[in-house]
Design a protein around this ligand. Structure first.
Ligand SMILES: [Zn+2]
Length: 144
């Protein structure tokens, strides 16, 4: 299954395997002949890499065949948010940048007071929308 010459993104593979399983289950329930598009929101704090997710998706959609074969994956980043128990701040997490390595990451220090915030958003990967082709309504796609 894996291609040669590229290191396999194990985290992304295992996540996308679960995503593929649940989409296939849903497609079967709806008797879909084809999954057209899957829209996924990826929380910043999942530390999943878009490229790697797409790569893993390609592997599964090819390997598993219909109805998943050829399904397009749309990824959207979801900003990490939190709330501070000390000063009641609520909003996006503070982001620390490392310009030399072109890397930035959200941190848990409250942007207002420096206390540790509780993360409210950005930890999850969410299947936002799935478009299926269902045979009895030909050509019509269904939003799930
Ligand atoms: Zn605070």
């Amino acid at each position: 299954m894996p291609r040669k010459g590229r290191e396999l993104p194990l985290h992304e593979l295992s996540v996308m395997s679960q995503v593929a399983d649940s989409i296939i289950r849903l497609a079967k329930e709806r008797q879909a002949i084809k999954v057209e598009n899957v829209h996924i929101q990826v929380g910043e704090l999942t530390f999943l890499v878009d490229d790697q997710l797409q790569f893993a998706w390609e592997i599964y959609t090819k390997d598993l065949g219909p109805p998943l074969e050829g399904a397009v994956l749309t990824l959207e980043r979801l900003q990490a948010r939190g709330s501070c128990p000390a000063c009641m701040y609520s909003g996006p997490l503070k982001v620390v940048e490392f310009p030399e390595s072109h890397f930035s990451t959200p941190v848990l220090d409250c942007p207002e007071c420096g206390a540790v915030v509780e993360v409210t958003e950005g930890r999850d990967l969410i299947i936002r929308d799935i478009r299926l082709q269902v045979p009895d309504v030909e050509g019509v796609t269904e939003d799930v």
